[in-house]
Each structure stands twice: as structure tokens, then as C-alpha cells.
Design a protein around this ligand. Structure first.
Ligand code: LMR
Length: 336
């Protein structure tokens, strides 16, 4: 059973009482619940386990990390509120899911083709722009510790997707971003926000016709088993922000927090070192099944996809803010 609002509230009350003593407790480890929505086999799942291993080692058992993968504790849509209430201490949601927090600016990262390549993504998220974005979470009671990479989105359906028009009338699942919504709507698709944990069933039963995600998210959720065609448009980048409840984090003894930061830095390097290969391997594995056709757009086709999505830069201004869009374009080396 998933926690209801009042259960979350009760958990928060209990947790906040516990937080005032937990960091200093001599009789047991500090417990950090780390909830996420992918399996242990996905890059984020592996990195969460790596963080657990390192954090417990560096703190000599003074901290215990409880990792809850695959939406076993919270689904997306529930987890941010749980973090703010203190019912869970650590999450790593896709930044495309931050709008409910009231930080719509994060959706700038969902603009199509914002990151021209992986190297630019890396330098922008680890540079001043990435840090500034994480800083916006502070006023929401959240501290952002790192970005974890998961690569670029592909598109899928049960019909070939060769050109933007092929999306017309298709119900496509999206993870939460209004910018994603607008991008797909611009091409005539009918986007629907849905929890990640519900996606496989929705595709299998035809509640939605298609989706967009990274290749490793397809294989680790078996989404490719219910999608006959994938097109490697690589139109939007999927990144996670590893976030913690600020009050909890600030209340930790400084030496413990430093060890946890060290563990997080190393888990981040690990995540970011495997994410690309996992996508490459996932595409190869999907190809090998012979059941899903993978289409790599030609340079000409890629131009057509790009051109079809570009109007979103203008229409997103009202929601995300022109200033932050301009800043992102500058940070990614694309300022006009
Ligand atoms: C999704 O909901 O599509 C993804 O954000 C899931 C994830 O965490 O990779």
C-alpha cells in the first residue's frame, strides 16, 4: 500500500522528532532512506548501491543507507513531497519532475537539443549553470548534491517513427515536464504524464501508444518488449539531481556529512562513467532480440526532427522564463 498524505504527515512528525536526536545518537546508526524509481540494474540503481557501500564504509557504520529501488517506497509524484516532509531523506529524481516544487526553471533542461552533445552536458551540469540550478532547490527545503547522468532520450511506438508527422495522434507517456508536453504536442502527439512504475503496463495494454526514455530505461523496465519501433532521436537529455532533505542534511555532524559528500562524489563519478555504455549496451541488446526495430535517423531526418521541435524555445518562455532559457543557451554555447 502506498502512503497517503496523512501517513506522510505522521511520518514527517515522527521523523522530525527523530532528526533532532538522530545525528547525535550513540546507540545506533543514522539511517538515510534513499528512494528511487528504477531497478538496481539501471545506472542510477547501481550508483545508489555504490553510494551505500562507500557511505557505510567511510562512516565506519555510523550511517546506514537503506536503498529502496523501483518505486518500492514511493512512486514519482509522491517522492518529492515525502522528501520535503522528512519521511525519506534522499532521492534522485529526473529534473524533468521538479515543476510541482515550484521550480519551473528546471524544465529549461528539457528543451529539445539543448545539450548538443555529452561533453557539453557534462561541463554545463558541473559548471556554474548546473550549480545555480541546484541552488534553486534550497528555498524548497532541499539540498542538491550532484547530477547523475542517464543520457539522451529515444522515442518509441508500435509503428515506425521516421519523421515528426509519424507522432500525430499518438498517446505518448511523459514523466512530468510541461516542456516535454509542449515539444511532443507541437508535433501532434498527445502526451500524458504517468508514473514510471505504471509505464510497462500502460504500453502493454495500449493505454498509451509510445514513450520517450533512455535505452537503459527501456531494457531495465522491459519496455522494449512492448514497443516494436525505437528511433534514436536523442532529442532531450535525462539527468537526475541527487537531493536530500536540507534540514536533515544540515543537522548531520560535520565530519559525517563530509564523509557522505566524499561517498557521493565517488558514486557520481561511477554513475557518470557507466551511463553511456549502459545505453549503448541496451540498444545492442534490444537489437539482438530481433523484436524491436531501431531506426537511427539520417542527418537529413535529424534536421527535420530538430526543426519540428524548435518552436518550443519560444512557447516555453512564458513558463520557464526567457532569462533562464537565454542563460542555458549561453552555457551550452548556443547563444544567438
Ligand atoms: C521516467 O520517469 O521516465 C524516468 O525519469 C525514470 C528514471 O528515474 O529514470
Amino acid at each position: 500500500m502506498k502512503p497517503t498524505k496523512w501517513l506522510l504527515g505522521a511520518a514527517a512528525l515522527f521523523a522530525s522528532a527523530a532528526f533532532s536526536v538522530a545525528p547525535a545518537r550513540a546507540d545506533g546508526p543514522i539511517v538515510i532512506k534513499f528512494s528511487h524509481v528504477v531497478t538496481d540494474a539501471a545506472p542510477k540503481g547501481k550508483a545508489a548501491l555504490k553510494f551505500k557501500e562507500l557511505a557505510e564504509k567511510y562512516t565506519n557504520g555510523k550511517v546506514r543507507i537503506e536503498v529502496y529501488p523501483n518505486s518500492t517506497l514511493y512512486k514519482d509524484g509522491e517522492e518529492l513531497e515525502a522528501l520535503q516532509l522528512g519521511a525519506v531523506q534522499m532521492l534522485a529524481p529526473s529534473t524533468a519532475k521538479f515543476a510541482p516544487l515550484g521550480v519551473k526553471q528546471f524544465e529549461v533542461m528539457d528543451l529539445p537539443y539543448l545539450f548538443p552533445n555529452q561533453a557539453i552536458y557534462d561541463s554545463v551540469t558541473t559548471g556554474p549553470f548546473g550549480k545555480k540550478m541546484l541552488g534553486m532547490l534550497q528555498s524548497k527545503g532541499i539540498t542538491g548534491l550532484a547530477y547523475w547522468d542517464n543520457g539522451f532520450y529515444v522515442l518509441s511506438a508500435n509503428k515506425p517513427l521516421i519523421k515528426p508527422d509519424d507522432l500525430k495522434g499518438l498517446k505518448l507517456r511523459i514523466s512530468g515536464s510541461k516542456v516535454d508536453d509542449e515539444t511532443l504536442r507541437t508535433m501532434g502527439a498527445l502526451p500524458q504524464i504517468m508514473a514510471f512504475s505504471e509505464l510497462y503496463q500502460a504500453l502493454a495494454s495500449g493505454v498509451v501508444d509510445g514513450a520517450q526514455n533512455t535505452a537503459s530505461n527501456y531494457t531495465t523496465q522491459k519496455l522494449n518488449e512492448v514497443q516494436k519501433y525505437i528511433t534514436t532521436t536523442y532529442h532531450v537529455h535525462l539527468q537526475y539531481a541527487v537531493i536530500v532533505n536540507k534540514k536533515f542534511w544540515d543537522g548531520l555532524p560535520a565530519d559525517i556529512r563530509a564523509e557522505l559528500e566524499k561517498a557521493m562524489d565517488e558514486a557520481t563519478v561511477y554513475n557518470n562513467s557507466i551511463a553511456q555504455k549502459e545505453n549503448t549496451d541496451a540498444l545492442a541488446a534490444i537489437k539482438a532480440t530481433g523484436k524491436t526495430e531501431i531506426h537511427d535517423p539520417t542527418p537529413e531526418e535529424q534536421k527535420v526532427w530538430r526543426a519540428a521541435m524548435m518552436p518550443v524555445y519560444k512557447s516555453a518562455e512564458g513558463r520557464v522564463g526567457k532569462a533562464i532559457i537565454d542563460e542555458a543557451l549561453k552555457a551550452t554555447g548556443q547563444a544567438q
